[in-house]
Design a protein around this ligand. Structure first.
Ligand code: GLN
Ligand code: ZN
Length: 753
């Protein structure tokens, strides 16, 4: 092992930076490339420019150490899989970019790899598939190429890689792997590939490399902790390597920290926003600590006093303290200065990526000028006056399900296996263009409304013609299922440019929940009532649930999250009541993000689920017995929280199922599910139109575990990204399949005795 002291880590850094581009340049370039409008080298030019712009900007802001390798054409986990050649055979293609995008998005006849959310964020990564035979090797030079690119600008970046333990823990076993196989078993075979990469970086003269190990902030078994020890002892013992900086983030590294501290890695990154200062007995004396005191997950300015106190405390225990972000800044928008439409008093309180970099730099200089441990400047962050949360008024629960089911059956008179959709119908280009024109002031409200009216009428007409049993208005007035509600509730602000990557080229603009939430007037009643006036069939009102509204927003941090969610629940509750009063007999309150906020540590999960379920029940318990409450959850992962889904006490729950090969139906708890359940019968993420037989097949599979009177028939998720042509063909087949199956189950009416 080389006894060379590493060059000191510069005083300030960030763990990563947004990469979609301030104008979503990457999104536009990717989509042009996918649709064949530009060639791959054009896309690469856009990527190269975005990387350069980021490095130059970070440098101009005075940041000490710049990261590289935080750019990606799709996803950093996928990049890691490709870098180490963990490419399943079926995706291999002559051009590496074809294999890459096939894994991400599928190719002719080949489904993509699974995608799931990155820890508890709203970013989604591609799940690598690792089997006993995956032949790891260093298969590319992207990390080196980026270093060279930055050096050509006179900058010297620190390559960022996904660490081997997190990479394997996030992977799933290849389909043909024997039972009991875990990707982590392959650690000894993967490490040589990392060693080769480290050697190559060292040969290039790279001083530091960052290895991201966010998996260390979740509960880890003794075996997994042993893997951490093995991995970093081994990488640390390499003959030629840069200094190693292992970044933990998204929470407290807990019991993994002493393990990591006991390996030869030179630097450790700690999330001091969500996590706390290390326990006194953790020996950090020989280490550089990159102290994540500026949040990478929220949009609030940093409390300088608090941050400095943590930095000063750490300085007594570590060889060096570097000021950093708590995680990559991937999860926040670029620049708050562009949000000229925001209330200046609110803008004052905000920091997006650029502002956070400036904070890191400023904190580093404050720390340097506070040698005695007494920070020179006490700049308390501007916050709204702290509120003592009013205890939420208790809401009486709904009647027992059997009572409600009987009332609903009598009132609704639905056939067995009722067919419905999840809510949205295709959002046409015309509609999106009109919304943009409205926002830009080039289209008046009346013209826009007329267009929305037409779209509602069209969606209703299609559903009537195809013979669906429970209709929806199609949500044409909604840009997004959370933003739409945020725009109509007090306490939220929406941004113009605040895009954050969700997956691949997809971005969302999370609203900012900054104050007490109130509903000044009904939000959805008008369009729901209009849809109802167009048909005799039941129309389902469509709302977004309180947990999802909060999960997909940036949330004030001066109140406990559960109190914020409870305020939103009250607003939703008022809306449920108004829809009911307007004559809607079925109301769906979507909670696709219920699983998303689940804490990473098991000890905190039950507590979270209890208050999340409580908020949902609060939002829906104002409905009378005969009003049927539906809910919808995306992701097959619903199986993990099926007990909580059950506890939501919705009369009907629809969940994604088709894409995950009905994994949900294999869950023992599903058979015991007492209320209506609609496991999606086809995958809406693909333009493919499902055949009648295929749908019948999935209904048959569902009927093996669920009685017919509990089964609903619906697609996996909303239809807004599809075209009318695809949707009409698919729904026609769904209706046919349901009718065919109904014949077999005629004797069972939709009642519960
Ligand atoms: N009702 C919403 C829709 O259909 C639900 C979307 C979602 O589950 N993400 O679009
Ligand atoms: Zn969904």
């Amino acid at each position: 092992m080389t006894a060379v002291r590493p060059s000191p880590f510069p005083a300030s850094t960030v763990l990563g930076y947004p990469r979609i581009g301030p104008e979503r340049e990457l999104k536009h370039a990717l989509e042009s490339y996918w649709s064949g409008r530009i060639a791959y080298d054009e896309l690469e030019k856009v990527g190269a420019r975005l990387r350069e712009d980021t490095w130059r900007r970070l440098h101009a802001l005075g940041l000490g150490a710049l990261p590289s390798g935080t750019f990606s054409y799709y996803d950093q986990v996928l990049d890691t899989a490709v870098l180490f050649d963990a490419v399943p055979e079926r995706y291999r293609a002559p051009a590496p970019e074809d294999a890459y995008f096939a894994m991400a998005r599928g190719a002719a006849g080949i489904a993509p790899l699974r995608m799931t959310k990155w820890f508890d964020t709203n970013y989604h990564y591609i799940v690598p598939e690792i089997g006993p035979d995956t032949a790891f090797r260093l298969a590319g030079d992207a990390p080196l190429a980026e270093v060279r690119q930055a050096r050509a600008l006179g900058l010297d970046p620190r390559p960022v890689l996904l660490g081997p333990v997190t990479f394997l823990l996030l992977s799933e076993p290849a389909p043909d792997a024997p039972a009991g196989f875990a990707p982590l078993d392959r650690l000894p075979d993967l490490l040589p590939a990392y060693e080769r990469l480290l050697a190559a970086l060292a040969a290039e003269g790279v001083a530091w490399v960052q290895l991201d190990e966010p998996a260390l902030v979740a509960d880890r078994s003794a075996e997994e902790l042993a893997a951490v020890r093995t991995a970093y002892r081994r990488l640390g013992a390499a003959a030629a390597r840069p200094a190693l900086f292992v970044a933990t983030y998204f929470g407290d590294a807990g019991e993994a920290l002493p393990v990591l501290a006991g390996t030869p890695v030179e630097a450790i990154g700690l999330d001091l926003v969500r996590g706390s200062l290390p326990a006194p007995d953790v020996d950090l004396s020989g280490k550089t600590v990159v102290a994540g005191v500026v949040s990478g997950r929220d949009v609030w300015r940093t409390d300088h006093d608090r941050a400095l106190a943590a930095l000063v405390a750490l300085r007594e225990r570590a060889a060096q303290v570097v000021v950093g972000t708590s995680s990559s800044l991937l999860h926040v928008p670029y620049d708050v200065e562009r949000e000229t439409g925001l209330d200046p008093a609110l803008r004052e309180r905000l920091a997006f990526a650029e502002q956070k970099v400036a904070e890191v730099v400023e904190l580093a200089s404050l720390l340097a000028s506070a040698p005695d441990g007494a920070p020179r400047r006490a700049d308390s962050r501007a916050t709204s006056s702290p509120l003592s949360p009013e205890p939420a008024a208790p809401c009486p629960p709904r009647s027992p399900y059997a009572v409600r089911a009987a009332a609903q059956a009598k009132h609704l008179r639905l056939p067995a296996l009722p067919v419905t959709t999840i809510g949205s119908f295709p959002q046409t280009g015309e509609l999106r263009a009109a919304r943009a024109a409205l926002a830009a002031g080039c289209l008046d409200e009346t013209a826009y409304e007329a267009l929305v009216r037409n779209e509602v009428a069209r969606a209703v007409a299609v559903q009537e013609r195809l013979g669906l049993d429970v209709l929806v208005h199609g949500e044409p007035e909604r840009n997004d299922m959370v933003q739409y509600f945020a725009e109509h509730l007090d306490g939220f602000a929406v941004t113009r440019h605040g895009w954050v990557q969700s997956y691949g080229s997809r971005c969302t603009r999370p609203p900012i929940l900054h104050d007490d939430v109130r509903r000044p007037e009904p939000i959805t009643v008008r369009w729901a009532t209009y849809a109802r006036s167009l048909t005799d069939r039941p129309v389902k009102g469509m709302l977004t649930g309180p947990v999802t509204i909060v999960a997909w927003s940036f949330v004030r941090d001066d109140l406990p999250l559960r109190n914020v969610v409870s305020q939103v629940a009250d607003a939703v509750r008022d809306e449920v009541r108004d829809l009911e009063a307007a004559g809607l007999s079925i109301i769906q309150v979507d909670e696709p993000a219920l699983r998303e906020l689940l804490p990473l540590r098991r000890a905190e999960q039950d507590g979270y689920l209890a208050w999340a379920v409580d908020a949902y029940r609060r939002a829906t318990s104002g409905a009378s017995d005969r009003t049927q409450i539906h809910t919808h959850l995306c992701y097959s992962d619903a199986d993990e929280i099926i007990a909580a889904v059950d506890a939501l006490d919705a009369d009907v729950t629809s969940v994604e199922s088709a894409r995950s090969h009905a994994r949900l139906l294999r869950e023992p708890a599903v058979g015991g599910f007492e209320r209506g359940l609609g496991p999606g019968v086809y995958d809406i993420h693909s333009p493919r139109v499902p055949e009648v037989e295929e749908i019948e097949e999935s209904l048959r599979a569902a009927l093996k575990v669920l009685p017919a009177h509990r089964l609903w028939v619906n697609p996996d998720c909303g239809l807004k990204t599809r075209t009318y042509e695809e949707v009409e063909a698919a729904l026609a087949n769904v209706v046919t399949a349901a009718r065919n199956m109904r014949g077999d189950h005629e004797c069972r009416p939709l009642t519960v005795v």
